[in-house]
Design a protein around this ligand. Sequence first.
Ligand SMILES: [Ca+2]
Length: 98
Amino acid sequence: MRKAVSVVILLFGFVMAAAPVFGPYSWIEATGGRIDVGYYGAPCIVDWNGDGLKDLVLGQFASGKIRFYANSDSNDSPVFTSYSFIQSNGTDITLPYG
Ligand SMILES: [Ca+2]
């Protein structure tokens, strides 16, 4: 009986969950051009530097390094220019790849 109740609750939650709605895609740009890290880019939007603006942290497959693009405008209309690689103790962090 307990299992049946659990299944009903799970199904009810599944049916009631709203399906995500996505708009058309757009390219993320920096300094007026598309950001291109090759394939298997791993983007994350987060306030990395703690200034209240959401930045772009982007893993790149080719070298395993992680790019940091600081947002220089607003959270509604972010502007990214150049990037730096995220470092630890003065050395670029490199993740295994390949
Ligand atoms: Ca920020």
